[in-house]
Design a protein around this ligand. Structure first.
Ligand SMILES: [Zn+2]
Ligand SMILES: [Zn+2]
Length: 747
């Protein structure tokens, strides 16, 4: 308030004052108030303050007969500001989704045969996607799909009129590009690669003719024949690389991974390539440093993979991405609207759709129309989507829905006793730390306890006595990653911000390493980091380029112990959960094959011991296998009729992973802290090429922290707070106790 007032005083003009208003009153007046507010297009949102002192009801909230009449958030959620900015409700969202699924462009799409250099035969719907993309790029569209229509004035003159805004123009300004929004598994990557290969001549022409463009606008810009593909993670860089190698005739596409230390390349060298693969984080980081080579190039084409990640136009990342100069722009996404129609606004802005790219215009023309109650409120949106966007659903694959089974298992008596005793001792230790005002320590105890309890559910008592290194982390790298996932906002590379879900995997560039000062680095940034360390050496001591810590150069990057610390036990102890897994696998049909996923190597060690003792043959993917050896193992799993079981850690690199479609049973040994890790793994089996019906089996111990992990309550709390290890304040200490009581040691 004070700030706004002084701003107003100094500027002498008008000031915008944002305020939230809470409406209190008699219940019987609520309907009248609701009608009055609706008539001036004001809609009540959930309050930011806890309304526990009064009975809360939102009379504008849609009531469904089988739902409780008022869905109210729990008091802990009344902390986020900005609820007023949420423009669309859940009902609108599902209506828009339905609209997506009704788009009918197939009537005009042709199944054109792809370029011969695409060696994988395309499916019919992929050929249609290639046709759609090519025609959007060349402007060869039927009039019904253009955003402009011929308009004849009374005087007999004709001009063009925009079908959404109604603006008139003497020429058609259309966007070259669009959105490929096919469901996951329909091969958006392959379709896009086919378009890239099919347009190599056009690309070259663009690069050549662009050179002597007379306009001054791009004077400092160098035109390139390349398609810049931007993806959210290093793992996806691997997947694109793999797809190029798999589907395209060798030598057709020259491609380059512009990421990590490989960013040090000259502009001239960069211009040699047909495809450049990079991450959103790399584009954003270079943009912020203000010296981005990517911004000096006018790209023939920019493709955003998983384009829904740019849904917020106020972020640096969005500004960086939309500052890229490009002749053609594409967004690939299976979920074009995650939160609401505004997500689409960001995509429209990136595509630079003429007349609609400004956020206020988009709101006025599209969002506000939807929020009105008129019967044709979706007409403009439908028109826009039909012009820009191709979407087909997974139903095309004729894949039966996977059968999902969740086994909720009870501990044995001794296991329960041990689990509870451990929980009690951790609770005491936490309380002592809180009494000592050492909240940081209390947090660390909690994170360690969560991890140990999760491991206990799989591996039994052996998990409670794990080794810790002198830097305060579990000495097992994958467990250390779990610890960091739980304590930090997310486990991401300290230099390029790409998410890390596996550690120390040989030859896998998306896999991470850990430094003694507790930074995670992806394999691609590691050489860079080591070079910086080398440069910093003074008096035989190096300095960490991230946090400035000093030490002997060789001590910074931690290497996992080569040999396993404990010898394999003669008679493996078997937890109740792993016993249940064993029974399941033994009951598996003769024609079935299964893949067993766990996040932790030690859990897979324990499973391997049990399966060996029970005479079940299996293959196993180790992180320390070379990429070549890994491919051999996967190839054998595909064809060897005697091997029906594959053990694999989540986050194992993408190389050769398409062989997994031979399996039709997926066992997920424990719920994942980050749910996207799990869905990525499932997506590798439930994809194009899968011919059998798939069963997913999840194992969860009843009355344990696993139930909390599965419900992702803890993760939401963590994301909301920006990590558990935070400020030492009153609020934190309260929350710690709540977590302890409700999650770690349920009564
Ligand atoms: Zn990195
Ligand atoms: Zn450091």
């Amino acid at each position: 308030m004070e700030k706004a007032r002084s701003a107003w005083r100094t500027s002498g003009s008008t000031a915008t004052l944002r305020f939230d208003m809470n409406v209190y009153g008699h219940g019987h007046a609520s309907q009248a108030v609701a009608r009055m507010l609706s008539s001036v297009r004001v809609f009540l949102q959930s309050p930011d303050v806890d309304p526990r002192s009064a009975l809360y009801e939102n009379p504008q909230y849609l009531k469904l007969p089988d739902l409780p009449s008022t869905v109210i958030k729990s008091p802990t959620e009344f902390t986020g500001r900005g609820a007023l900015a949420a423009l669309s409700t859940e009902t609108t969202r599902s209506e828009v989704e339905a609209l997506f699924d009704q788009l009918q462009q197939s009537s005009f799409l042709r199944q054109i045969s792809a370029d011969k250099r695409v060696t994988t035969p395309l499916k019919e719907y992929q050929k249609e996607a290639v046709d759609f993309m090519t025609r959007r790029e060349t402007g060869d569209l039927p009039p019904s799909l253009s955003l402009w229509q011929v308009h004849t004035t009374h005087g007999g003159l004709s001009c063009y009129q925009h079908v959404i805004t109604g603006a008139k123009s003497s020429r058609v300004e259309d966007v070259l590009g669009g959105v490929l929004a096919d469901d996951m598994g329909l091969g958006k990557t392959l379709s896009t690669l086919a378009v890239i290969v099919g347009s190599l001549d056009r690309a070259l022409q663009f690069a050549v003719s662009g050179t002597d463009k007379p306009t001054t606008q791009w004077q400092s810009m160098v035109p390139s024949k390349a398609t810049l593909v931007v993806v959210p993670s290093a793992l996806l860089l691997d997947i694109w690389t793999e797809e190029i190698v798999r589907h395209i005739m060798p030598g057709t596409l020259r491609f380059y991974r512009y990421h990590g230390s490989r960013r040090h390349i000259s502009l001239q060298d960069l211009l040699q390539y047909d495809v450049l693969l990079t991450t959103y984080a790399t584009v954003a980081a270079e943009f912020c440093r203000g010296q981005s080579m990517l911004n000096h190039i006018e790209w023939f084409r920019v493709v955003l993979d998983e384009a829904h990640v740019i849904r917020n136009p106020s972020t640096k990342q969005f500004r960086a991405i939309s500052s890229l100069a490009a002749h053609l722009r594409w967004c690939l996404t299976g979920t074009p609207i995650q939160n609401g129609v505004e997500d689409l606004g960001a995509i429209v802005k990136f595509l630079r759709v003429p007349l609609l790219l400004e956020t206020p215009t988009f709101r006025k023309q599209i969002t506000a129309a939807i929020q009105s109650n008129s019967p044709g409120r979706f007409a403009k949106l439908r028109r826009l989507l039909e012009a820009l966007c191709l979407r087909r659903s997974k139903l095309l694959l004729n894949l039966p829905d996977p059968i999902t089974v969740t086994h909720k298992i009870h501990f044995s008596g001794p296991e329960r006793q041990m689990y509870n005793d451990y929980g009690d001792s951790c609770k005491r230790a936490t309380n002592e730390a809180i009494t000592d005002h050492s909240l940081r320590k209390a947090n660390q105890i909690i994170i360690e306890t969560i991890l140990r309890m999760r491991l206990f559910c799989n591996q039994g008592s052996a998990a409670l006595a794990g080794n810790w290194n002198s830097f305060g982390l579990p000495s097992d790298p994958q467990e250390a990653l779990s610890y960091l996932q739980t304590s930090g906002k997310d486990a991401a590379c300290a230099q390029c911000d790409s998410e890390i879900i596996s550690m120390y995997q040989t030859g896998d560039r998306s896999s991470g390493v850990l430094t003694s000062c507790q930074h995670l680095l992806c394999g691609e940034c590691r050489p860079n980091y080591e070079a910086d360390l080398e440069d910093s050496v003074e008096d035989e001591r190096a300095q960490c380029p991230i946090c400035g810590q000093r030490g002997e150069k060789s001590t910074f990057i931690l290497e996992p112990a080569k040999t396993s610390e404990s010898p394999v036990p003669a008679a493996p102890t078997c937890s109740t959960k792993l016993l249940a897994l064993l029974h399941h696998v033994q009951k598996q049909g003769a024609a079935d094959k299964c893949v067993i996923f766990s996040f932790w190597k030690k859990t897979l060690d324990a499973i391997a011991d049990i399966f060996t003792a029970s005479g079940i043959p299996f293959h196993r993917i180790h992180g320390s296998l070379s990429a070549r050896r890994r491919a051999d193992v996967l190839a054998d799993f595909e064809i060897n009729p005697y091997i029906k079981v594959l053990l694999i850690t989540f986050g194992t690199g993408a190389v050769g992973i398409n062989k997994l479609v031979v399996a039709n049973h997926i066992h997920i040994v424990e719920p994942q802290w980050n749910p996207s890790v799990e869905s990525q793994a499932i997506g590798r089996i439930l994809r194009l090429g899968q011919e059998k019906s798939v069963t997913i089996v999840r194992y969860i111990m009843k009355g344990t922290v696993e139930e909390t992990v599965q419900s992702s309550q803890l993760r939401k709390l963590q994301l909301a707070r920006g990590g558990f290890i935070g400020k030492d304040d009153e609020h934190t200490s309260q929350r710690i106790q709540e977590i302890m009581v409700s999650h770690i040691r349920p009564l």
